[in-house]
Ligand binder design. Structure first.
Ligand code: ZN
Ligand code: ZN
Length: 361
């Protein structure tokens, strides 16, 4: 017989879960496994609200199971470690991002690319090795295999650092992989939301010249003065786009709505790379002719491996990169989701789990 979420494991846990495709979240009691030999257990202090949480809560991608406890930008303080855990001790500041398991034997895993492992296990809404459902960080405690736990450096604030675990690695990894991290390069960032604003910060710290490309002209001041971008293009302004043709070495496109990519391809130099990190629900139109003229590349990227995630967090700490956040109590989460759907946040909501979620234990 399948046990209920509340008793399937020995550790009592509580969180907020979506119950159906309305996506509305409400308090939910469940349980977590006992700390295994290689496990790290931590008290969750903050959890970022990623756009995926909204999609998953509403089953927009057709893969959600309920009850669903979202959250994959999870940070907190270690309360217990297993006997074989080597990198962490009680009291350490740690984080868990988008994944909590992988096969550890495929080619991707062997190359520190657990994020591309066919058996990668998502932090929430997936089946763990033992067959039980994974629950995310909108909850009081977290248990994860040491391999999927990231050390949070001392000087990185936990609240504003939390979004790095998904948003940060999502943009850091393609900047590195596609070679768009060289000082003096010209890189565009499309969309100034949760992903885009950290992309600007990472690229600037790498010494890259950043052009923010946005549909809304009123983000110009913010992009240039607050985030430190070097220039700004309004994507619907034909004259501006025309004048910037062939100027960019690469573009990180963070937009998750369907949008035309022809103007973006036009902005690239020869051998320029357009990298998609947003996930539009419908296919985009790919104009091929402009790709041929200049050997241009359209690519994709999805988070990053654990080794690179640690590297990213360490880089962020060194360069004082954090997300711009609005901290909220857990009982504001449904309103936050509504506002997120309207892009009404600068730029990431972070739930103050530690101070607002009444713990079960
Ligand atoms: Zn995410
Ligand atoms: Zn694997």
């Amino acid at each position: 017989m399948v046990k209920s979420p509340e008793v399937e494991h020995p550790k009592k846990a509580t969180g907020w879960a979506a119950r159906d495709t309305s996506g509305l979240l409400s308090p939910f009691n469940f349980s977590r496994r006992a700390t295994g030999e290689k496990d790290v257990t931590f008290k969750v202090l903050y959890c970022g609200i990623c756009h995926s949480d909204l999609h998953m809560a509403k089953n927009d991608w057709g893969m959600s199971t309920y009850p669903l406890v979202p959250g994959h930008e999870i940070v907190g303080v270690v309360t217990e470690v297993g006997s074989e855990v080597q990198r962490f001790k009680v009291g350490d500041k740690v984080g868990v991002g988008c994944m909590v398991g992988a096969c550890h034997s495929c080619n991707n895993c062997a190359n520190d690319l657990e994020n591309y492992c066919p058996k990668m296990i998502l932090t929430y809404g997936a089946k763990y090795y033992d067959g039980t459902t994974t629950y995310g960080g909108y909850s009081d405690i977290m248990v994860a295999d040491e391999h999927f736990v990231v050390r949070i450096p001392e000087n990185l604030p936990l609240d504003a650092g939390a979004p790095l675990l998904c948003a940060g690695i999502t943009v850091y990894s393609p900047l590195k992989f596609y070679g768009l991290d060289k000082p003096g390069m010209q890189v565009g960032v499309v969309g100034l939301g949760g992903l885009g604003h950290v992309a600007v910060k990472f690229a600037k710290a790498m010494g890259v010249k950043v052009t923010v490309i946005s549909t809304s002209p009123n983000k110009k001041k913010e992009a240039l003065e607050h985030l430190g971008a070097d220039s700004f293009l309004v994507s619907k302004d034909q004259d501006q786009i025309q004048a910037a043709q062939g100027t960019l070495d690469g573009i990180i496109d963070t937009v998750s709505a369907v949008h035309p990519i022809l103007p973006l391809i036009g902005l690239l130099k020869s051998h320029g790379k357009l990298v998609m990190v947003g996930a539009p629900e419908k296919p985009l139109e790919l104009p091929v002719f402009p790709l041929l003229m200049g050997r241009k590349i359209v690519g994709g990227s999805c988070i990053g491996g654990m080794k690179e995630t640690q590297e990213m967090v360490d880089f962020a700490a060194k360069h004082n990169i954090t997300a711009d956040i609005e901290v909220i109590p857990i009982d504001y989460v449904n309103t936050a989701m509504e506002r997120l759907a309207k892009a009404d946040v600068r730029y990431r909501f972070v739930i103050d789990v530690g101070n607002s979620l009444k713990s079960s234990s």
